[in-house]
Design a protein around this ligand. Structure first.
Ligand SMILES: [Zn+2]
Length: 113
């Protein structure tokens, strides 16, 4: 298998994969910090780099039925959360094409220049 090259984010505050430290999001991508993942607190974000999107499935969540797909780190394959592909309830539509990132799976890194 070809080795994957990661994308680097040019931002002072970024969040990385806890396992391999690949860049995932910059602080500006976080829409809400008040979401719940499968393993505890999670971030709701609009864009992530270096992730692989898994098979889509319909999942019943606390806020109703959604079509989601698990997302994992492209580099180390750790599961990081999921992506909302479709929301069945109209008041949940804002989640479509956005992602949940489990806080336990990521770490914040601050770069000074
Ligand atoms: Zn990783």
């Amino acid at each position: 298998m070809a080795k994957k090259h990661q994308v680097y984010i040019n931002n002072v505050r970024i969040y990385c994969c806890n396992t391999c430290h690949s860049h995932l999001i910059s602080q500006d991508n976080i829409i809400s910090r008040a979401f719940q993942g499968r393993h505890g607190p999670a971030y709701f974000v609009d864009h992530i780099v270096n992730i692989t999107i898994g098979a889509k499935e319909e999942r019943m969540l606390m806020t109703g039925m959604h079509t989601v797909a698990d997302i994992s780190c492209t580099i180390c394959q750790t599961k990081l959360g999921w992506k909302y592909l479709h929301a069945f309830e109209s008041n949940q539509k804002y989640k479509e094409n956005k992602c949940i990132l489990e806080r336990a799976k990521i770490s914040k890194e601050v770069f000074w220049d």
